[in-house]
Design a protein around this ligand. Structure first.
Ligand code: GAL
Length: 394
């Protein structure tokens, strides 16, 4: 077996958080991919990192970005962030992995942790130094957003070249004083760090853009909702958040500011089709995955059936705030009506130019044992095409 680089040398913070990669569950599935150095994708099998621990990065995102090596010098690596669902589907920390080849992943630990008790924000050294400048009220807010019952889903990370820092956005949800319902807040949370390995400091969470007055709002009772979401960085460095709103009936796409920490234009001032766009009203789509392939934008989505898989739909457009064409189901062949038992989370490009679809195969009965399904994503007649492969290379 080839010798692998010891991830302990990568960065002190990584070493500090390595303990959090150890699995706390017994995985009883027989279909375990334990092949030493991995040289192909086996979608749906148990994927382990280079230390043999099961990869916990669901609802995630893969991209090439500069991250510091053992000397603190930035090198381009594939980075994978996602939900660590080891302890279920509430209060999930955000985990990070990195790789040189997309097959073999090194664990970078929990980069944004969630909080056990409100006192931890004052007493636990990790949190008390991270939030030392926060008032008690701001710490209360952090606890509301990152406590162990909160919804922390679909984390995505961008490298901000202007500030040389990293920004995570995630679906932040939970009950509100008005309704004791786990998905009542309907917000997007944002956190920043100087290092991709964290610790990420939560800034806040927000409702986002609202339906313009001259359009039919599918859910006027609750303005600016933002649930399943994704981030997209265009070639010009501008970044966007794409999210499901109006009680999951309508997708919105909004431009972020230069720091990537908030919308570029406040929702009260924002102009439709200049600062944001409302897409496919009343179509009930979520799990948005946006990619620019050969100069055209492709937005893949799922229907809204919780952890159960359903049929995917893709739209495409020549410009983000322009006209979007419905391209139908991008999945083809057997299993295509349920997206091969997956829900979209991202579409990314390998360094050789190949595009890859990454879907989550959720396991509602044992959520920590949800699986990753990566499949080749190709253009066929200008439309996105995804076909099942049980063992493949890019
Ligand atoms: C899905 C959503 C997931 C998670 C799940 C909870 O529809 O895409 O991210 O929120 O519901 O039931």
């Amino acid at each position: 077996m080839m010798k692998r680089a010891n991830p302990l040398f990568i960065f002190p913070l990584v070493a500090m958080s390595l303990a959090s990669c150890a699995p706390s569950l017994i995985y009883d599935n027989k279909d375990v991919d334990m092949r030493g150095t991995i040289t192909s994708f086996k979608p749906g099998s148990v994927w382990r990192d280079v230390d043999g621990n099961v990869i916990q990065a669901h609802g995630g995102q893969i991209q090439m970005m500069p991250i510091p090596n053992e000397h603190g010098v930035k090198e381009n690596k594939y980075v994978w962030v996602g939900e660590n669902k080891t302890n279920g589907s509430r209060g999930d920390p955000v985990s990070l992995y990195w790789s040189d080849d997309l097959y073999n992943w090194h664990c970078g630990g929990e980069v944004m942790r969630t909080v056990e008790k409100r006192e931890d924000l004052d007493e636990d050294p990790y949190f008390s130094s991270l939030y030392s400048s926060y008032t008690a009220a701001q710490k209360d807010n952090v606890y509301t957003i990152l406590n162990k019952s909160a919804v922390v889903e679909r984390p995505k990370m961008l490298y901000n070249a202007k500030n040389d820092n990293y920004v995570i956005w995630f679906h932040s949800d939970g009950p509100t004083p008005a309704h004791d319902f786990a998905y009542d807040a309907g917000c997007s949370g944002v956190a920043v760090s100087d290092s991709p390995f964290g610790p990420f400091r939560l800034i806040d969470r927000y409702r986002l853009n609202e339906c313009p007055d001259d359009q039919f709002d599918c859910f006027p009772l609750s303005k600016g909702e933002a649930r399943d979401m994704n981030l997209f960085q265009d070639d010009d460095g501008k970044a966007y958040i794409v999210y499901t709103s109006e009680n999951n009936k309508t997708i919105y796409l909004s431009r972020l500011n230069e720091d990537y920490t908030y919308l570029d234009v406040d929702p009260k001032e924002a102009v439709h089709k200049r600062d944001f766009i409302r897409l496919f009203p009343s179509s009930m789509r979520e799990a948005p995955a946006l990619a620019k392939i050969e100069g055209r934008y492709y937005l893949m989505t799922s229907s809204t059936t919780g952890w159960a898989s359903n049929v995917a739909t893709c739209w495409s457009s020549d410009s983000l705030f322009g006209e979007w064409r419905s391209d139908g189901n991008p999945c083809v062949g057997e299993g295509s009506m349920f997206a091969f038992d997956t829900q979209s989370t991202c579409i990314f490009q390998a360094s050789n130019g190949a595009w890859i679809y990454y879907g989550d195969r959720w396991n509602a009965k044992k959520i920590a044992d949800s699986r990753y399904v990566w499949l080749p994503a190709k253009l066929n007649d200008g439309k996105l095409n995804i076909e099942w492969k049980s063992n493949w290379t890019y």
